[in-house]
Design a protein around this ligand. Structure first.
Ligand code: AMP
Ligand code: MG
Length: 408
């Protein structure tokens, strides 16, 4: 049983999918058009700019899937056959002499005239070196047909594909030495807050160490972005204006902190003065306040400052936005249903992303889900999604988003 609470309690909060749809729409309006051509070994983590169209049939010719013997099924009468040629991978055989077989090895081209390969385990070499086949054979067996993987002209990878080791291997199999990729998206990372200092310095009264800066910079690098570390911004309007003004040559300014309601919101003031600002209250927890705007034409996303909120809103909103800016179509993480290993007795009006783990096939959650507790995410393997207005009893299905899905 999945007890569902009263719908529509979220009130004026914006649903996560609505915010995501708006962000993706804005990303599509400013996709990065510039591209570069790179050697295949250097495209890992980049986005393919043009469809990869096959200029080959793959495999280019029928070849043997086994070490054994190539023959024509119709030539087998039960009598042993003479071996008329030996074909290794890398050789170009002549046609098979009728009434004979060919010794053949895995990956070698099947000679014209042969229509099957029998594996050597089912063959007996006689004293006179002829070969006896033990079982009946069928045409096509153990032959990888020409073009079974792809044929000339097929789109093998569409533009917008994120390239990784598998795609690099596939491109190599088609003979591509270079690929056109989208230029890296340039992201400036800003941490806001008078309380922040960097690790390595002594902690003064009221201060905390800046965890979001390194978290986001590393994460963005994993996503293939060019990261401009714009440091810590004090809670001060003049400093905010000046720092934003320096960040001209970037595709996105990504800030954390300073978006909570009621705070002196200098980023917001600066954006309103010299650009535009929308402040969203999202039905998401951790999270809720998120800003999107422009400063002198440069898009700005302001994430909430609590580290677990930064993590969740980056994973679910900023990451898909950045991928879409580069033309990626599949931007949402894979999620799958698992039974909850916990009770959730009190329905909330925001969608919860609990830091959790799979244990014995059930999702369990970290004991402290405070948005300030980043340790919850270090403990976790994934985000457990509990929909708004929903209560759960152990065994009810919840969505699980592996952190590995969003971290790269
Ligand atoms: P804010 O959104 O600025 O009100 O920040 C919310 C909470 O997150 C406050 O407790 C901040 O001290 C904390 N916080 C903001 N930025 C960071 C940061 N870069 N690293 C660690 N904690 C932060
Ligand atoms: Mg702050």
């Amino acid at each position: 049983m999945n007890p569902v609470g009263k719908p529509g309690k979220a009130g004026s909060l914006m649903a996560v999918e609505v915010a995501l749809a708006r962000l993706l729409e804005m990303a599509e309006a400013s996709t990065i058009g510039e591209r570069e051509r790179l050697p295949l070994a250097q495209v890992e983590g980049r986005i393919l700019a043009d469809d990869l169209v096959s200029t080959l049939d793959l495999p280019p010719w029928p070849n043997s899937a086994m070490d054994g013997y190539a023959l024509r099924v119709a030539d087998w009468t039960g009598e042993p056959l003479m071996v008329s040629q030996k074909i290794f991978a890398g050789q170009a055989p002549g046609p098979l002499k009728p009434g004979t077989c060919a010794r053949i090895f895995t990956g070698a081209p099947v000679p014209a005239g042969a229509d099957c390969v029998e594996m050597q385990e089912n063959a007996e070499v006689q004293a006179d070196e002829r070969v006896r086949f033990i079982e009946a054979m069928t045409p096509g067996q153990n032959i990888r047909p020409q073009g079974q993987e792809t044929t000339v002209g097929e789109i093998v990878l569409p533009a917008g594909t994120r390239l990784g080791p598998i795609e690099q291997g596939l491109a190599a199999s088609l003979g591509c030495a270079e690929l056109n990729v989208v230029r890296k998206v340039r992201v400036a990372v800003l941490s806001t807050g008078d309380e922040l200092i960097e690790p390595g310095q002594p902690l003064g009264p009221g201060q905390i160490y800046n965890s979001n800066r390194v978290l986001l910079c590393s994460w963005l690098q994993r996503l293939g972005c060019e990261v401009i570390d714009a440091g810590i911004l004090p809670d001060d309007l003049a400093a905010t204006r000046a720092r934003l003004g320096e960040l001209k040559d970037v595709d996105l300014i990504l800030s954390t902190g300073g978006v909570s309601v009621g705070e002196a919101d200098f980023l917001g003031i600066a954006l309103r003065e010299e650009g535009e600002l929308t402040l969203w209250k999202l039905a998401i927890k951790p999270g809720k306040p998120l800003t999107f705007g422009h400063f002198r034409g440069v898009p700005v996303i302001g994430l909430p400052g609590n580290p677990a909120s930064t993590l969740v809103t980056f994973a679910l909103l900023a990451r898909p936005y950045l991928l879409r800016r580069q033309g990626v179509k599949e931007v949402e993480p894979l999620k799958f249903q698992v039974p909850a290993g916990f009770d959730w007795p009190k329905a909330g009006n925001r969608r919860e992303y609990l830091r959790g783990r799979l244990e014995n096939g059930r999702a369990i959650i970290y004991k402290n889900q405070s948005s300030g507790v980043l340790r919850s995410a270090a403990w976790a393997d994934g985000l457990v999604e509990v929909l708004e207005d929903r209560t759960l009893i152990e065994g009810d299905d919840v969505n699980f988003i592996p952190l590995s899905e969003v971290l790269s």
